[in-house]
Design a protein around this ligand. Structure first.
Ligand SMILES: [Zn+2]
Length: 162
């Protein structure tokens, strides 16, 4: 599913609950999956977390949308801003889990794809979401000359740790 396809679904779902005056957009948040902007009438969702979860964890993606819709509805109808009783009632109506936050076990977190590792010490000297530009010029590793004239070998390795 593309982000455009999801946006169409999200807007349909929002109009079902009379949130047609509200907009939906993706943002680039890496930790917060969904946000509800009461005064700008806007729901946003993390594009990186959407991409990381859409294939194996779509239920969680969809629940994030419903969670934010319940916030919007509780604000409009009950002037409620938090995760209290009114919000939970709207969760039931829209079909969201009435649970405040997702847990790490439920969401595939966005992790850095590559680590730059000192091949001698194993120290991680850098973290990257995509291959940095210098990789194209230097290949997957480079040598760094130290002040004392010795060299350190750094290697870009795929990050396997969660
Ligand atoms: Zn919430």
């Amino acid at each position: 599913m593309t982000k455009q396809e999801f946006t169409v679904l999200a807007r349909q779902e929002m109009s079902r609950f009379a949130l047609s005056g509200w907009s939906f957009a993706f943002d680039n948040a890496k930790v917060i999956f969904g946000r509800c902007y009461f005064y700008n009438k806007k729901i946003t969702m993390s594009l990186p977390l959407f991409e990381a979860n859409k294939t194996n964890n779509f239920i969680q993606v969809w629940d994030t949308l419903l969670h934010e819709m319940a916030h919007a509805l509780a604000f409009i109808h009950d002037n409620h801003h938090q995760h209290g009783k009114e919000w939970k009632e709207w969760c039931v109506k829209v079909g969201a889990k009435p649970q405040r936050c997702y847990t790490d076990a439920e969401v595939t977190a966005v992790t850095h794809k590559y680590h730059l590792v000192n091949s001698k010490t194993g120290e991680v000297a850098g973290k990257y979401h995509r291959k940095p530009r210098w990789v194209k010029d230097c290949g997957l590793s480079f040598w760094h000359q130290r002040e004392d004239g010795t060299h350190e070998h750094y290697q870009l390795v795929p990050n396997k740790a969660k």
